[in-house]
Design a protein around this ligand. Structure first.
Ligand SMILES: Cc1cc2nc3c(=O)[nH]c(=O)nc-3n(C[C@H](O)[C@H](O)[C@H](O)COP(=O)(O)O)c2cc1C
Length: 453
């Protein structure tokens, strides 16, 4: 480093830059904001057109209006500075590429300035920004950058190894992950690879999956015991497991597919269950026969290839004591939920990214209760299957997701704080009436598997 240049070398800054999602409530100095825009200014652009503009938003009132009216992520309201990045609206491919070069420069300069920054795609509805920030139709919003003094140490980088992404001369077969929602067309290894990376994209412990407290209460009403040694499989974001186990006094082992997802689960579950163990799935094989009284698989079998059911059931049977139970909760394909899921696929396409609510965990499809029952019997379990909730408890949540999707101009389903609606309220009351009753075409399936004594 030369004396006149006190900045760290670029390679160091590249590694120092991490997405920041928590900020201190401290204003950012004008000269630091200018340094970010200066970094953007010197970025490359197609034909050196530099058709970019940057609107610096510091006013909390304006950010609150954007969050409310444009359906932006609440992160926008938490960051002291938001920078709306615009580009000329004549060639979107050039616009996005040039703007991205400028944005990356800003993020690196933010690291250099001791600031945290976030590239925000969930910025919401462009029309709302246009109205509130007053930019003309000749320009479009490419993205938003948030910045401020970081309020936490960003979590460590997770990146694919170089040999996984480099191809010399020609694309190597087998390197691509599937796009389909259908777990039967994924291998367990591919699901593991997908989850390892997806779970690094947000703050550990964040709620990701959808479940209704009513579903959890219904599954628990079938739970045969309230203690002992429990094994919970694939908790991942951990929230369904937290809701299920919190009132029960179990010694719990949580098993996830990878080290990364296990770390993610730990963030939610360790404070609630002191003394719990966190393992990766493969390490279960080292445990002795009959180590557990009860095992649970809560809304995860939907994400596994059908060919994995039987090996999984055999593995769990070995780990249960004679007379022990395995509780498998799932959403059934032969139900209104199955119909809603098929409609979602028909409207969004067979693309795991486009049914975004499921992306975090990888592929997803409601399952055939008969398939669960037959594979469990083949694995030597005594099987009892219950069906409940003809009106799926997730419908109100889907409705909220849809409202948020519309509010954000089709940009995000997440960050939903959509207003309660009369329809959602009606469905919820209807489901309260159904709670606990067996229903032939119920959307919630619970397989209660018993290891013969
Ligand atoms: C185009 C783009 C859009 C992004 N949008 C969001 C977003 O909307 N919300 C968010 O929390 N992070 C967003 N990120 C940040 C990524 O999640 C983050 O870069 C990634 O997880 C890697 O972590 P790192 O930036 O700390 O290395 C975005 C990143 C890029 C490049």
């Amino acid at each position: 480093m030369s004396p006149e240049n006190s900045s760290p070398p670029v390679s160091e800054l590249l590694r120092k830059r991490r997405s920041a999602r928590r900020f201190l409530p401290r204003a950012v100095e004008r000269e630091k904001i200018l340094a970010l825009i200066e970094a953007a200014r010197i970025a490359p652009s197609a034909c050196n057109r530099q058709d970019w503009h940057f609107i610096v938003i510091e006013d909390p009132g304006v950010k609150a209006v954007l969050a409310r009216e444009a359906g932006a992520s609440r992160l926008l309201t938490e960051a002291p500075v938001a920078i709306a990045c615009l580009y000329r609206n004549d060639n979107p491919a050039e616009g996005y590429q040039s703007s991205s070069a400028a944005i990356e420069n800003m993020l690196i300069e933010a690291a250099n300035q001791g600031l945290g920054a976030l590239w925000l795609n969930s910025f919401g509805d462009e029309a709302g920004y246009r109205k509130i920030l007053g930019f003309p139709p000749e320009y479009f919003l490419t993205s938003v950058v948030l910045t401020g003094y970081p309020g936490e140490e960003p979590h460590p980088p997770s990146r694919k190894p170089i040999e996984e992404i480099i191809h010399w001369g020609r694309f190597s077969k087998g390197a691509a992950l599937p796009l389909t929602h259908d777990p039967d067309r994924w291998t367990l290894e591919q699901i593991r690879a997908h989850q390892r990376l997806e779970c690094g994209k947000t703050r550990p412990g964040t709620l990701q999956d959808l479940f209704s407290p009513m579903e959890i209460a219904a599954v628990r009403s079938l739970y045969p015991m309230a203690g002992g040694a429990c094994l919970d499989l694939f908790p991942y974001d951990g929230h369904a497991s937290l809701a299920f186990f919190r009132p029960l006094g179990c010694r719990i082992t949580f098993a996830d597919l990878s080290e990364e997802t296990s770390r993610y689960s730990r963030e939610t579950l360790a404070p609630a269950f002191p003394g719990a163990s966190f393992l990766t799935f493969d390490r279960l094989d080292a445990l002795p026969d009959g180590a557990f009284d009860v095992a649970t698989l809560l809304f995860r079998i939907e994400r596994l290839p059908g060919r994995e059911y039987r090996p999984l059931f055999e593995r769990i049977r070995r780990l249960l004591r004679p007379g022990g139970h395995f509780l498998v909760a799932f959403r059934a394909s032969s139900s209104l939920y199955g119909v809603v899921h098929r409609l979602l696929l028909a409207s969004r396409g067979d693309n795991v990214r486009k049914t975004a609510i499921h992306t975090f965990f990888g592929p997803y499809r409601p399952v055939r209760p008969e398939a669960v029952a037959s594979r469990a019997m083949e694995a030597g379990f005594l099987v009892e299957v219950h069906r409940m909730f003809p009106v799926p408890p997730l419908l109100p949540e889907f409705f909220r997701l849809y409202l948020q999707y519309r509010r954000s101009g089709g940009r995000t389903y997440l960050h939903r704080e959509a207003p309660e609606s009369r329809i959602a309220g009606w469905i919820e009351r209807r489901m309260e009436r159904d709670a606990g009753k067996d229903a032939k075409l119920g959307s919630l399936g619970v397989a209660l598997l018993t290891k013969p004594s």
